[in-house]
Design a protein around this ligand. Structure first.
Ligand code: NDP
Length: 501
């Protein structure tokens, strides 16, 4: 493992006009970016208004052609993109490769699917309105503001950006202060294939820049980040009745039932908890294992987790903790679990060596410990014994969060999945739903609301526009003052005949 000094905190310089993004592996400056204030954010939104008109006028086919060209550009420049992702987050080369592959898959699907999901279509007018034609289409909102986190600086915001663009909106994107360069890379590559107007702009800076975007008159704000910031964003957007999509944190559980393929479950738990240094909103944080298979499962998890090492080299198993302050949260959660009687079967307090955290596997952790109730966001796993899969479901559901979950069971996978209170479930795998573009992604409870990905993800960035067209005069027309009592009587008779039985 390459052990380096923890990076210095981010610092704004030039009297706060610019700031540095740092490589968390070395503390070296990756690049400087401007700190955009309220005026610059408003100017970006104003430019996006004109861009939005141009972009909407291209229609589905025109936009698809541009988005497909963007996808090809991104694929051509994968090595550059991946090394930027690794530089700003510290993630390993394979974690960066996985992230870019998923972005490209979603971009392809959103561009191809938009016309089918959002385009104009006829709907049945119903018996009472048989003389009308009814049509429905989903129109772009205009300008969408996107605020993103640092853990997946391409995949996560692109869940909103790609779908909002495919739906016909222009986007102003505020990336995390830790990963501004990835945001700029996305906007620059799109500008190569859409040179006419800035349909995707990036504003950089700190939380204040994000707050300015919330107040800048966008038509929707798509936020991904922590639950605490999500509440602030929602409150700020309430002042202007700006609609919000809020994708927040999680405390996802993996359930290992009595009839599970235990080695497969152990492999999935270790990868789901530790890849990307555990900094995954829908990563595995809690594991509930049925008593009958608990000991075998823990033995396999321990053996696998002990083999893994974080590091700064590209082929490390996983990278450092990107945001220095997160190390304190991880430390507090491990300490709290141990103080309350939990046991570390892999690693322990000594595993926390900033900027790296080695794998920590905790067992027998009380359910009210922070490591069970709060998002840890580190390469740690809590593995708790339960009597059976039914108790596992109860415990999994006893969380304020409800983002995703996983179930390992040979015969009861679908049944157990159906009982989990969360947005997404993988049966006999982890996180598989995130790679299926047609599946909506998002949570319930403290994990937020609204959906990215899938048809729901396209409709998040559009509004329904309904039209009826009268085709001929009806025998009974209750919607004029010439209707008379006979008309109403006939209508009621019809309603009773149709719906009263
Ligand atoms: P934060 O909530 O700290 O920040 C998210 C974004 O909000 C950043 O761009 C941040 O800017 C910005 N921001 C901060 N303050 C404000 C404000 N007052 N108004 C508007 N914007 C503001 O989250 P992290 O970046 O630490 O990301 C990690 C979190 O994201 C975890 O909780 C994780 O679970 C969650 N997440 C959820 C996903 C999901 O799909 N549900 C996916 C990925 C991550 P700055 O960085 O400059 O402070």
């Amino acid at each position: 493992m390459t052990q380096t000094a923890p990076p210095k905190p981010l610092r704004a310089d030039d009297e706060g006009k610019r700031f540095a993004s740092l490589d968390p592996r070395t503390g070296e400056v990756v690049a400087h970016h401007p700190v955009h204030g309220e005026a610059e954010v408003r100017a970006a939104v104003a430019a996006a208004r004109t861009a939005a008109e141009f972009w909407a006028d291209l229609g589905f086919a025109g936009r698809r052609a541009r988005l497909d060209a963007w996808r090809r550009t991104l694929v051509r420049r994968l090595p550059e993109w991946q090394s930027l992702l690794s530089a700003e987050t510290g993630k390993s080369a394979d974690d960066a490769r996985t992230e870019t592959a998923l972005v490209v898959e979603h971009l392809h699907w959103a561009a191809r699917q938009a016309a089918k999901t959002l385009g104009r279509r006829r709907v049945k007018p119903g018996a009472l309105m048989y003389n009308h034609a009814a049509t429905l289409e989903y129109r772009p909102l205009g300008v969408v503001g996107v605020i993103g986190p640092w853990n997946y600086p391409a995949f996560t915001p692109m869940g909103s950006i790609a779908y909002a663009l495919a739906a016909g909106n222009a986007v102003v994107f505020k990336p995390s202060e830790f990963t501004p360069g990835v945001g700029v890379f996305l906007a620059d590559t799109l500008a190569e294939v859409v040179p006419e107007h800035p349909v995707l702009q990036v504003v950089t800076g700190f939380g204040e820049t994000g707050a300015a975007l919330c107040a800048a008159g966008v038509d929707k704000l798509a936020f991904t980040g922590s639950t605490a910031t999500g509440k602030k964003v929602m409150a700020a957007c309430a002042a202007t009745l700006t609609p919000v999509l809020v994708e927040c944190g999680g405390k996802d559980a993996l359930i290992v039932a009595e009839d599970a393929d235990v080695p497969a479950a152990a492999r999935a738990a270790v990868w789901g908890g530790i890849f990307n240094a555990g900094q995954t909103c829908a990563g595995v944080e809690r594991v509930y294992v049925a008593d009958a298979v608990h000991d075998e499962f823990v033995e396999l998890v321990v053996a696998k987790a002990r083999e893994l090492r974080p590091g700064g080299e590209p082929n490390a198993d996983f990278g450092p903790i990107t945001m220095p302050a997160q190390v304190d949260v991880i430390r507090a959660h491990v300490a709290d679990a141990l103080e309350r009687g939990g046991r570390a079967v892999v690693g322990g307090m000594e595993s926390i060596r900033p900027p790296y955290v080695e794998p920590v596997v905790l067992v027998d952790v009380p359910e009210d410990a922070k490591a069970v109730t709060e998002e840890t966001f580190g390469p740690t796993l809590v593995v708790n014994r339960v009597a059976d899969a039914d108790e596992a479901v109860r415990r999994a559901n006893a969380s304020a969060y409800g983002l995703g979950a996983a179930v390992f069971s040979r015969n009861r996978g679908d049944e157990l999945a159906a009982r989990l209170r969360c947005g997404m479930v993988s049966v006999n795998s982890v996180l598989a739903y995130a790679s299926v573009p047609a599946l909506p992604f998002g949570g319930v409870g403290a994990s937020g609301f609204g959906r990215v990905h899938g048809e729901d993800g396209l409709r998040e960035f559009a509004y329904a526009h309904s039209v009826t067209r009268k085709r001929f005069r009806a025998l009974l027309d209750p919607m004029t003052y010439e209707r008379g009592p006979r008309t109403i009587k006939h209508v009621l008779r019809l309603v009773k005949a149709l719906h009263g039985r």
